[in-house]
Write a protein that binds this ligand. Structure first.
Ligand code: NCD
Ligand code: ZN
Length: 351
């Protein structure tokens, strides 16, 4: 098989940033995806519908410039989210639902990851907002890691399931939940078996790499993200979940651009930049287990079905054509190193 044609996919977890970085990266996603759930962890975070609508306008303005450079970017639709804080009011949730543009609310445990300081201090503090979300049918997107420094970084997701997620789901059984960027066998099993409206996104990098990728030949900051890469047994469980055909698992790149100097740093930022070659990376992962026929459901169908949105109708094509991921790309006045820079990939999105 030398070509792969899919209904145009969507990215259900994406960081677009703002300003010059936004202008530099939005086209990469728009070339590949019809829509993306845009994360709200800007500085300051997007906590109100008014801020989300203003951010949406900035994304569309940046997209306009990207379309001039590459008409293939046209038609991309950003799906906005709110950043949940201890002060998010039920009224804001009602406004979000009524806006038709805000599609979910993101829960970052305070301090769990990049720009999460304003996140949620405890689930108890956000009960009124969660009640409103359950009532309004607005999905909750969860960064599922405990922040307790005494819990080993490789165990934080598994501990979160028991100590936070399961109790939360007992309190709000009808709340629609996406367990974002799952990285462990425990999370894959939990989502596969749980009763009620729960799904999970899986990144391409967690399907392709296990934690040794961080250390091959020296420390490799471009493979550092949160939740951090896990052992091979977890990678295999994720690959099995993604290719299982279960409608509970769908594509979310978690493409998280950081300038090169902030990654190649004594205290490097977490986040892998995968937007420019996201589908090519996912195709490599699915092909590694002979499951290319399962890619379309994961990439193009199960996400919109969960969010209650129409599936896309246009198609994209990938060709079997070996190419090399660029070493570096422009990022405004800075540069950025994409994940797997300098490495060959077997599939390439057709122009
Ligand atoms: C993300 C970022 O840089 O905003 N980083 C990451 O490693 N994934 C934040 C996040 O999604 O955790
Ligand atoms: Zn993210």
């Amino acid at each position: 098989m030398d070509t792969l044609t899919l209904i145009r996919p969507d990215d259900w977890h994406l960081h677009l940033r703002d300003g010059a970085a936004l202008e530099a990266v939005v086209g990469a996603t728009a070339r590949q995806f019809a829509r993306a759930i845009v994360m709200p962890n800007l500085k300051p975070p997007v906590t109100t519908v008014a801020q989300a609508m203003a951010y949406r306008e900035r994304i569309l303005a940046a997209l306009g410039k990207a379309v001039v450079a590459d008409p293939a970017c046209a038609g991309f639709e950003p799906l906005m989210t709110l950043y949940l804080t201890d002060r998010t009011s039920p009224d804001e949730i009602v406004l979000a639902r009524a806006s038709g543009q805000v599609h979910a609310v993101k829960l970052y445990p305070a301090g769990a990851t990049t720009n999460s300081d304003a996140g949620v201090s405890s689930v108890a503090a956000v009960h009124p907002a969660l009640e409103a979300m359950q009532r309004e049918g607005l999905p909750l997107l969860i960064h599922g890691e405990v922040v307790d420094a005494s819990v080993d970084i490789f165990d934080r997701e598994a501990v979160f399931i028991e100590t936070v997620l399961e109790p939360l789901r007992r309190d709000f059984p009808a709340l629609r939940i996406v367990f974002e960027h799952i990285t462990t066998r425990e999370a894959a099993q939990y989502v596969a078996q749980a009763s009620g409206p729960i799904a999970a996104t899986i990144t391409a990098h967690h399907l392709l790499y296990e934690r040794n990728a961080l250390f091959i030949g020296g420390i490799r900051p471009h493979w550092y993200c949160l939740p951090v890469l896990k052992r091979e047994v977890h990678r295999r469980a994720l690959l099995e979940a993604a290719t299982s055909g279960s409608t509970r698992f769908f594509l979310g790149t978690d493409s998280a651009p950081h300038a090169r100097h902030l990654k190649e740093n004594a205290c490097g930022c977490a986040g892998c930049y995968t937007a420019p070659h996201a589908l090519e990376l996912y195709a490599a992962a699915f092909e590694s287990v002979g499951a290319l026929d399962r890619l379309e459901g994961f990439a193009s169908f199960f996400g919109p079905d969960f969010y209650g949105l129409a599936r896309n109708t246009a198609r994209i094509t990938l060709n079997r054509q070996t190419w090399t991921v660029p070493d570096v790309l422009p990022l405004g006045d800075d540069t950025i190193v994409p994940l797997a820079a300098g490495e060959p990939l077997a599939w390439r999105l057709a122009d």
